[in-house]
Design a protein around this ligand. Structure first.
Ligand SMILES: *Cc1c(COP(=O)(O)O)cnc(C)c1O
Length: 386
């Protein structure tokens, strides 16, 4: 189906932060398949882990025990301090599980028949009917109504708006947000806001759901974005970069949200199969062993500082922001065209929310990659704005 406005290029192979097309042209990948290729391309440890597992068994079924899935669950629980994990294949599936859990919690624990979940402006949670309804993008929703009910939307980063919902509605069971918004335009909230939100959830017995599909798995310099604010969610979702390109999603619970699902409550045929879990475990090993979270912090700062310098005084650059290797450069006008111009110059970037250049490089991005990115992209931005 004609569901993507694809660029006229295809890649035959990659190495580190670089991809090569059929004509042998080389591209600096500053997008990493939208925050998926955590370890870059052709990382020897991932190649080895997947090959080894493929020679043993790819898939058995969640009808049986899967030792690698158990190992991955324990690892994620250790890294997050959370209690339980459900595995699936994608971000929306993880969020779908989170939404079902929150509703289940409302029914079973709070006696609420029609539970509501507070969601944010600019949010992106996926494209299934429930996650699309939780998403804030009207363009993505248009034509797919009726939407799933049970979501209350508030401005992102505004604690008073959440307080007002609390005083108005008795059916709220959870607050769901990205700690750092990706698709919505790389928006950052303060750590104070997150702590206040945690407090409000505790006060009202709501679940705090953090969608870490894009900002999780080390990208912001911590395993999970909420760790910067020292709050722990009751539910967390992961996907994108968790297995460096092998599809996997995860929904974690702790505290009030733990122990709710029982056999028969939820399921997933492929979820957490041995191949995906081998790739995820290796991804987590390499992030820890190679110091890639520190690297994400350093490279992210270098990218933001480098563009701030290279674009200093350029009219039309509104903001350069982000955390770790989630970078947004907001212009004063729609700039989708820059994606094509960058491609022509051998750079893979993204534009989201019409006017925000989004960079999500692999966590193995190096100083020389940063230099190549700034030297390649800054002149294109200047030229575009002039
Ligand atoms: C990409 C994304 C999703 C959806 O993930 P899919 O794997 O495409 O379903 C959900 N939430 C956030 C924050 C995302 O960035």
């Amino acid at each position: 189906m004609n569901t993507y406005a694809r660029q006229p290029v295809s890649f035959t192979h990659g190495q580190g932060a670089w991809l090569f097309d059929e004509a042998g042209r080389k591209y600096l990948d500053a997008l990493a398949g939208i925050a998926v290729s955590t370890l870059g391309h052709n990382h020897p440890r991932i190649v080895e882990a997947i090959s080894r597992q493929a020679g043993k068994v790819l898939h058995t079924s969640n009808l049986y025990r899967i030792p690698l899935q158990e190992e991955l669950a324990v690892r994620l629980a250790m890294l997050s301090g959370m209690d339980e994990v459900f595995f699936c294949n994608s971000g929306l599936e993880a969020n779908e599980a989170a939404i079902k859990l929150a509703r289940f919690y409302g029914h079973k624990k709070k006696g609420i028949d029609l539970p509501s979940i507070v969601v944010m402006e600019h949010a992106f949670h996926g494209r299934s009917l429930a996650t699309l309804s939780a998403t804030a993008n009207r363009k993505a929703q248009a034509g797919f109504e009726p939407l799933v009910p049970g979501f209350l939307r508030v401005p992102y980063g505004n604690i008073d708006a959440v307080r007002q919902v609390a005083s108005r509605s008795r059916d709220v069971v959870a607050v769901m947000l990205e700690v750092l918004q990706g698709e919505g335009g790389v928006h950052v909230v303060s750590e104070d806001y997150l702590r206040e939100l945690r407090g409000l959830c505790d006060e009202h017995g709501w679940l705090l759901i953090c969608d870490e599909v894009q900002c999780g798995t080390g990208r912001t310099g911590k395993w999970f974005g909420w760790q910067h604010a020292n709050v722990r969610p009751d539910i967390m979702t992961l996907a994108k970069g968790l297995a460096s390109g092998v599809p996997i999603g995860a929904c974690l619970t702790s505290g009030r949200a733990a122990g709710l699902f029982q056999p028969g409550s939820h399921g997933c045929t492929f979820g957490g199969n041995p191949l995906a879990c081998a790739a995820a475990l290796t991804t987590l090993d390499v992030i820890a062993e190679e110091g890639l979270m520190d690297n994400a912090v350093r490279m992210g700062e270098a990218i933001r500082a480098g563009f701030a310098k290279a674009l200093e005084g350029v009219a039309g650059v509104k903001d350069i922001r982000g955390r770790g290797l989630m970078v947004g450069i907001e212009l004063d006008r729609p700039c989708g065209e820059l994606v094509v111009r960058a491609l022509g110059a051998g750079l893979l970037i993204n534009v989201t929310s019409d006017s925000v250049i989004r960079l999500l490089p692999a966590l193995i991005f190096s100083d020389s990659d940063v230099k190549a990115l700034i030297e390649g992209l800054a002149p294109l931005i200047r030229e575009f704005l002039s």
